[in-house]
Design a protein around this ligand. Structure first.
Ligand SMILES: [Zn+2]
Length: 207
């Protein structure tokens, strides 16, 4: 098993409330986190990954990110965090943006819920944004799309899009790179069993 460091974590924070058809629930979010964890387990097995284990967790009030760890938000296009924090526009399935308060990565739940294979699609989109987060969003040039294979594609990502060997290699080499994450979305929001509860305002936005 590769790695001298003990554990690397990817965190997700779901800001989207339940939908009326049962397609977006706490257990759906947990399934997506499992699939995202499985993608990163393939990265972990690469010899240049410095970690002994990887896990995906739901971000919570007492969460403490270690340097190098990543936080991915689940939002809708309407409730996106990035434009509120300075991004000029949104990407198709998600966006990663270096804000003043740290790196923001988000994926858009309303973009995939009508698809059959949206659990894997959501995990794939989250992995794609994690690549930008760790590899090129704080740099002047495009590295992820320039590589372009598998989940690095700048085109549509579906549930059938496969992680490529080049994706694994690139991510493994950047796993320990410290990119301060945006953690300011927490104010007034509690996450219970993967679902958001808005303490100081109205109900959670649905997809
Ligand atoms: Zn991209």
């Amino acid at each position: 098993m590769a790695g001298s460091k003990p554990l690397w974590r990817i965190w997700t924070m779901n800001l989207v409330g339940k939908d009326q058809f049962g397609r977006w629930t706490g257990s759906v979010v947990a399934d997506i986190n499992d699939k995202l964890e499985r993608l990163f387990q393939r990265v972990q097995r690469h010899p240049s990954c410095p970690y002994h284990a990887v896990r995906c967790f739901a971000y919570h009030v007492a969460a403490q990110l270690d340097p190098g760890e990543v936080l991915i938000y689940f939002t809708t296009r309407r409730t996106n965090l990035v434009m509120r924090n300075g991004a000029p526009n949104l990407g198709p399935g998600g966006t990663t943006w270096q804000s003043q308060g740290g790196m923001i990565s988000e994926i858009y739940v309303d973009g995939f819920l009508s698809n059959g294979d949206y659990l894997q699609q959501a995990a794939n989109l989250a992995f794609h944004e994690a690549m930008h987060n760790k590899i090129d969003a704080d740099k002047p040039r495009d590295i992820v799309h320039a590589e372009g294979s598998g989940l690095a594609t700048g085109n549509q990502i579906s549930g059938a899009t496969q992680l490529s060997d080049a994706n694994i290699r690139m991510m493994a080499a950047n796993m320990a790179r410290s990119v301060p994450q945006f953690e300011d979305a927490f104010h007034g929001i509690m996450i219970v069993d993967g679902m958001p509860y808005y303490i100081d305002s109205t109900e959670a936005p649905g997809p």
